[in-house]
Design a protein around this ligand. Structure first.
Ligand SMILES: Cc1ncc(COP(=O)(O)O)c(C=O)c1O
Length: 395
């Protein structure tokens, strides 16, 4: 056997530390037979036969892979249809699709940054946005969660000619909503661009058309949107939506657009069909909101803004134990631990779906509520004493 390398020794130490802290992650599928309160398939579209048919048709017409980057020869009719349907859904002038929501955020933020652009971002924005800010080499300021006064102060004190304020419309872990109207007003006052990640807003907020549309900001020159096609739209891929000028800039400068093979045609066609369905069937988003409200009520937490409900449970170990016990009992829930959340506020993340039946939702939510109550009292943890405890989506 080959001698252990310095890298192996380091990998082993890191694995031991993760195990000791209850931070081991394993790739896993949905446990068969469990009720899904863990995935991001908010409208149940990932299993919709209309999306599967659209994907199969596009794969036989254009191929299973796009064969090249969009700027070489990877663009197909499926990509064009997708961009046009996304514009119709969100009310935006132009759309540019990427191979994932992650690469859309990374590419767009980096392409808008540089030494002359100050990046101001909410402390809770997604890793892909943070990575984009780092990659941009822009000066940057992190402000507290939903801290409009902090954004104002950063904008007022800026010395750079341009600024971008980076937020999520509905936050991925806490499930709460940004005040987009107020943030957009600040950006307008200080001549900044508001960049809103609608990963958890498209298909959910504003009858499915997104929170930016609901706030009357679609098409505003100082607002841009990023989105993923892999959550409520039940497919795969990402997009940036905004002006034709913005699209042109990103298509020429976003490295994750230029140096990445185009989204697979099947995924593009499935997402295009999903965008069409969401626009044509607003009842889907209504059912999601009704189910989200029932889930929150049964779990004793305030209803969140969208599909994501968040229950702080304290330690990472307790969150992992609870999630494993719930899976054994028949309910899959998300378990968020550091580095996804700060130390001491690990959470169960529950997601509602439009296609959950009333009885199964009631049963699953009851199980979660009882398990959380038992675990927190057994740990001697008064829920109110846990930082941010049970403030859920309204935090
Ligand atoms: C807020 C947010 N932005 C971006 C992404 C990345 O999207 P994707 O999974 O399509 O890469 C995610 C989720 O994974 C997310 O929650």
């Amino acid at each position: 056997m080959a001698a252990a390398t310095a890298m192996d020794a380091w990998l082993r130490t890191r694995a031991d530390v993760r195990a000791r802290r209850g931070l081991l992650r394993r790739d896993s599928g949905l446990r068969p037979g469990t009720i899904d309160l863990a995935s991001n398939d908010y409208l149940g579209l990932a299993g919709d036969p209309r999306l599967a048919e659209a994907a199969a048709e596009a794969a036989s017409k254009h191929g299973t892979g796009a064969r090249a980057s969009r700027v070489v020869c990877g663009t197909t009719g499926a990509h064009r249809d997708l961009e046009s349907n996304l514009c119709l859904l969100t009310g935006q002038e132009a759309a540019l699709t990427f191979s994932s929501g992650y690469t859309a955020n990374l590419g767009a933020v980096a392409a808008l940054g540089g030494p002359g652009t100050l990046m101001i971002y909410d402390a809770h924005v997604h890793a892909s946005l943070l990575d984009g800010i780092r990659l941009s080499r822009s000066p940057s300021v992190s402000v507290g969660h939903k801290d409009l006064a902090g954004i104002r102060a950063a904008l007022a004190g800026r010395t750079e000619p341009r600024a971008v304020v980076v937020l999520e419309s509905i936050y991925s872990v806490l499930g709460d909503a940004a005040d987009l109207a107020a943030a957009a007003a600040l950006c307008s006052e200080f001549d900044a661009l508001l960049m809103v990640d609608e990963a958890h807003g498209i298909g959910v907020a504003g009858a499915g058309r997104g929170a930016v549309h609901a706030a009357g900001l679609a098409g505003a020159a100082h607002v841009a949107v990023t989105a993923t096609l892999s959550k409520a739209l039940g497919a795969q891929g990402g997009a940036v939506l905004g002006s034709a000028l913005l699209r042109e800039h990103l298509a020429n400068t976003a490295r994750t657009f230029i140096f990445d093979t185009a989204l697979a045609p099947g995924s593009a066609a499935a997402a295009a069909e999903a965008a069409r369905i969401v626009l044509a069937e607003p009842a889907l988003a209504e059912r999601l909101h009704a189910n989200a409200a029932s889930l929150a009520r049964r779990c004793g937490i305030p209803a969140a803004a969208g599909a994501v409900q968040s229950i702080p449970v304290g330690s990472a170990e307790l969150a992992a134990t609870l999630a494993a016990e719930l899976a054994d009992a028949g309910v899959s829930v998300g378990c968020f631990r550091p580095p996804s959340v700060p130390d001491g506020v690990s959470r169960l993340r529950l997601t509602a779906r439009a296609d959950l039946g009333g009885a199964e939702l009631e049963w699953a939510a009851g199980l979660v509520a009882d398990a959380v109550a038992a675990a927190t009292s057994a740990a001697g943890a008064d829920a109110a004493a846990i930082p941010g405890a049970l403030i859920g989506g309204a935090a």
